[in-house]
Design a protein around this ligand. Structure first.
Ligand code: ZN
Length: 310
């Protein structure tokens, strides 16, 4: 069993409108935009990152807003819900805040003894806020949400799968342990992780496969400290039969990617070098940052990408 994985690093999804996406995560949920850059493979599209004050691993929700793409359809073989940790007793505040903003799909529920509030993002993205006692991670203090109710970071993700066995085995190799089971849900958790420690697997043998689009999670990334730890994880995954990419420089972290047996795209990303690599921590996410290979496109991109509020 590997011990290098520290929990989630980031979750990356697709959106249909950059301005709407930015307003939802910064203006409504109160996260900090910690980077404004472009998709490495499609530089005409933003890559927007939202998280805590510095974009700590385990707090960062990222988006590729492809203008006008069709909505995705939930189904098997994808991350079906992303959950954020909020302070105990804060869900009444959140229900009022989300209702006031006209958010859809607001519904209270309980899972493995935790009190939760589900809601949908602007493109039908599935989210939940989960009350967690004594989460030591500081919510971003510079946004519109008081820190007494603020989001600490991710609690975890849920994956919807036809069969959970192979994915559970993979997560156990990565250091997760099975905590509980209830009906079709299996809860895995990482002991001593960064707070974004939970992966729930939901078995739905008869459900159709997911169709990716706006509101779909594109991939989920797990955190490791550095490139040495990443290489150890890569070696173990290759030995276990996974088809893992070489290490790729993503400017703010180093990444490897592979698909789970059910087709969910996993990434393993390093803490180093982080989002302060190319801008002052006091002004994270304000300027358009371009990877070196796309720097020559700056004039065109500054005209074509929609302006979004800081
Ligand atoms: Zn990623």
């Amino acid at each position: 069993m590997l011990t290098q994985i520290k929990g989630l690093h980031h979750v990356t999804s697709m959106a249909s409108d950059a301005r709407q996406n930015n307003a939802f995560f910064t203006g409504l949920l109160g996260l900090r935009r910690v980077k404004k850059t472009v998709n490495f493979d499609a530089p005409d599209v933003y890559h927007l990152y939202y998280g805590d004050e510095v974009g700590s691993a385990g707090t960062v929700m990222t988006y590729f807003p492809f203008p006008h793409i069709a909505k995705g359809h939930r189904g098997t073989g994808e991350v079906s819900e992303t959950a954020f940790a909020v302070p105990e007793g804060s869900l009444d505040f959140w229900r009022g805040r989300l209702e006031h903003a006209g958010v859809e799909g607001i519904a209270a529920d309980e899972r493995f003894g935790e009190t939760r509030l589900r809601f949908l993002g602007p493109d039908g993205d599935s989210f939940a806020l989960v009350e967690v006692a004594d989460d030591p991670r500081a919510p971003f203090a510079g946004g519109p949400v008081p820190t007494e109710q603020g989001i600490h970071g991710f609690r975890g993700v849920t994956m919807l799968l036809r069969d959970t066995g192979a994915t559970a085995g993979l997560l156990k190799l990565m250091g997760y342990e099975e905590l509980d089971r209830n009906g079709g849900l299996t809860r895995l958790a990482l002991k001593g992780g960064n707070g974004a420690d939970i992966v729930d697997l939901e078995a739905r043998p008869d459900a159709p496969r997911a169709r990716e689009g706006a509101g779909s999670v594109h991939h989920v990334a797990f955190a490791v400290e550095d490139r040495a730890a990443q290489l150890q994880v890569r070696k173990a995954l290759l030995t276990a039969g996974a088809h893992v990419t070489p290490v790729i420089d993503r400017d703010y972290f180093w990444a490897i990617y592979f698909r789970t047996p059910d087709g969910v795209l996993f990434e393993v990303a390093t803490h180093e070098p982080g989002f302060a690599r190319d801008e002052d921590p006091a002004h994270l996410g304000e300027a358009l940052k371009l990877p070196d290979q796309h720097a020559h496109l700056r004039t065109r991109l500054e005209q074509s990408l929609p302006a979004i509020a800081n």
